[in-house]
Ligand binder design. Structure first.
Ligand code: NDP
Ligand code: GDR
Length: 361
């Protein structure tokens, strides 16, 4: 039985990847940082099976900023594959916590690679680094592919740039089977609530049921290449199953704006949406003329990534990978799940939290 170690197992991708690997017969180990509440909602269904079905799924406490915890876990598990998904992954938050972001996202990757080396696992352990389309930032070529020059535009992207290159360097210097997956945005019903897609589907579902009044957003013109996380974790695994380690762009090749996403989600909810105004004055109105979407400059970023569009030809040719879930299916699934949550919330509305409307993401 192959052993995989996933950092960031409580996150969106970590949860999908853990399930994917367990279905493929892996023994899966996850690293979880200590939190005051459980914070295992995305993997609770798997943890349940640990007791009822002897599922080979194990959690270890550790932190990307703490080398010793990482060393101990890797020594104990002796993994065949490490998937480094843990990160302070919010671009806007990285402007507020640049040092912590560098520590966890840049040095975190180094700590894992060093652990592989120190423990004499360079021949045994394969390493996946969660790299990102944010590396392209101020884009130098359209669409972006593996050879497109990087121009990071946030402390997050700069930290991920270090992680990208240290992964390449340890591959070249020590012969570690180490790969970068340069993944474009991927979403799902378990996406964190402060990323724009989930913020939109959650808010519109709540507005539809009268639990929330208005959705406040930042830059509606930003364009992204949005895929489904389920499709993308398969790719993370495929990259580690090849004869030689390489870096791959993973993307759909389709691009939509934030405004397009809002309109698509509203349409799925049967809400007609009329846009008026421009820039900071832009607003969206429902059929009754009520303002339900508004731009709030607090969500603007000091430096923005305006447009991203990926070219995943290399992954298609070499790995036979194609995304299966379309943009429309993604939006529909997210809307459906958030509508169910909003219905549950409606029952307990007076106890419900109003979420993140007052913070910067
Ligand atoms: P999430 O934000 O959903 O999950 C991040 C995970 O990392 C969580 O489990 C989080 O734990 C954990 N984590 C954060 N800081 C630490 C730390 N110091 N020590 C240990 N664990 C930590 O991200 P996604 O699942 O969306 O993304 C996975 C990875 O892929 C990230 O590295 C992200 O930067 C990268 N990426 C994501 C893309 C996307 O569109 N989703 C695209 C390209 C790259 P906790 O639950 O406690 O917060
Ligand atoms: P991104 O995702 O920054 O691309 O990083 P996010 O969903 O946060 O933003 C996408 C675009 O939408 C604009 N935007 C808003 N964003 C948020 N969060 N909240 C808003 O209210 C809002 N209004 C407009 C943003 O300015 C941006 O242009 C994600 C993360 O998962 C990273 O970890 C990952 O590396 C990249 O995707 C690829």
């Amino acid at each position: 039985m192959k052993k995989a170690l996933i950092t960031g197992v409580t996150g969106q991708d970590g949860a999908y990847l853990a399930e994917f690997l367990l279905n493929r017969g892996y023994e899966v180990h996850g690293i979880k940082r200590r939190t005051s509440l459980f914070n295992t909602a995305r993997i609770d269904h798997l943890l349940q099976d640990v007791h009822t079905n002897d599922l080979p799924f194990y959690l270890h406490h550790g932190d990307m900023t703490d080398s010793t915890s990482l060393l101990h876990i890797i020594q104990k598990v002796q993994p065949d594959e490490i998937y480094n998904l843990a990160a302070q992954s919010h671009v806007a938050v990285s402007f507020e916590e640049p040092e912590y972001t560098a520590n966890s996202d840049a040095l975190g990757a180094l700590r894992l690679l060093e652990a592989i080396r120190i423990l004499g696992l360079t021949e045994k352990t394969r390493f996946y680094q969660a790299s990102t389309s944010e590396l392209y930032g101020l884009v130098q070529e359209v669409p972006q592919r593996e050879t497109t020059p990087f121009y990071p535009r946030s402390p997050y992207a700069v930290a991920k740039l270090y992680a990208y290159w240290i992964t390449v360097n340890y591959r070249e210097a020590y012969g570690i089977y180490a790969c970068n997956g340069i993944l474009f945005n991927h979403e799902s019903p378990i996406r964190g609530e402060t990323f724009v897609t989930r913020k939109i589907t959650r808010a519109l579902a709540r507005i539809k049921l009268g639990v929330q009044d208005c959705l406040y957003l930042g830059n509606l013109n930003a364009k992204r290449d949005w895929g489904h996380a389920k499709d993308y974790v398969e790719m993370q695994w495929l990259m580690l199953q090849q004869a030689a380690p390489e870096d791959y762009v993973i993307a759909t090749g389709n691009q939509y704006s934030v405004r397009d996403f809002v309109s698509a989600a509203a349409a799925d909810l049967g809400m007609s949406l009329r846009w008026e105004g421009n820039g900071v004055n832009e607003k969206g109105f429902d059929a009754s003329g009520k303002r339900i979407v508004e731009v709030d400059p607090r969500y603007f970023r000091p430096t923005e990534v305006e447009t991203l569009l990926g070219d995943a030809s290399k992954a298609k040719e070499k790995l036979g990978w194609e995304p299966k879930i379309s943009f429309q299916e993604l939006v529909a699934e997210m809307v459906r799940e958030d509508l169910l949550s909003a219905e549950r919330e409606q029952f307990g509305a007076k106890f419900a939290s109003h979420g993140s409307d007052n913070i910067t993401s």
